[in-house]
Design a protein. Structure first.
Length: 245
């Protein structure tokens, strides 16, 4: 039995999407880009209620290439009816350094980026610069460069891609502007989303984490088997989960 995981997150039910490069800069009328942002905010806020009560499987692969260490964790990500996220570790195989000092620390940093009021991708917290319109996997997208208005843990600098049909996020990428831990010097990420039935579900995260003692760590997180649960299941989930090896 390994050390338990303990991390509870305040959910961002409207997470933006970003990717790097590939779309030419396009001059646009400020009112037109502002209208896109308004639609984006309305769409992401509208899906908040639908996201509550969902759960999904997570498979997390992580490695420290310089140390030739790796590990894989299977976990359950649940969103309560009150909008709170819990991660329940189900099974871990691999080196304990990967589990305790890479995966858990990374998920804690992710948690800090998911505070609705303080960290959400809105004009209150971020500056938006329209970069152009393009296409990604058959979707017409609007691309915005985003930069936080203040340097806080959980905020990031990068890009937001918005689906032109639903105004929901398809991908977000960038770098956290403030280190969430003395053990993590830099975190870069790409988060992909899948739009289904008017909801943007998390699909995949790729991340590079520059650790202070072990060099760069590679992270890959996949989300599958989205389902809905009831309040009894959420209440029964322990806040501290045990991960067996």
């Amino acid at each position: 039995m390994g050390r338990g995981l303990s991390f509870t997150a305040a959910v961002v039910l409207a997470i933006p999407v970003a990717i790097a490069g590939g779309v030419p800069v396009a001059d646009s009328d400020d009112s037109a880009s502002a209208a896109i942002i308004d639609h984006y905010l309305a769409s992401t806020q509208a899906q908040q209620t639908s996201l509550r009560g969902l759960q999904m499987d997570m498979e997390i692969d992580a490695s420290l290439p310089k140390l030739k260490k790796s590990g894989k964790m299977q976990a359950l990500r649940s969103i309560s009816k009150l909008g709170q996220i819990t991660y329940q570790g189900l099974r871990f195989i691999g080196d304990q350094t990967i589990k305790n000092d890479v995966i858990v620390r990374y998920l804690t940093a992710e948690k800090q980026s998911q505070d609705i009021q303080q960290m959400s991708l809105t004009p209150k917290n971020y500056k938006f610069k329209y970069r152009g319109k393009g296409e990604k996997n058959g979707h017409q997208i609007y691309v915005f460069q985003v930069a936080p208005k203040k340097k806080m843990v959980g905020l990031f600098k990068g890009e937001l891609w918005v689906d032109a049909d639903t105004f929901l996020p398809l991908r977000e990428s960038g770098r956290f502007v403030k280190n969430p831990s003395v053990f993590l010097k830099k975190i870069e990420f790409v988060r992909d989303y899948e739009i289904k039935d008017g909801i943007a579900f998390p699909r995949h995260i790729e991340s590079t984490v520059d650790t202070r003692f072990w060099g760069p760590a590679q992270m890959s997180i996949s989300f599958t088997n989205v389902s809905r649960h009831d309040d009894d299941q959420v209440t029964a989930m322990p806040s501290t989960t045990q991960v067996t090896q």
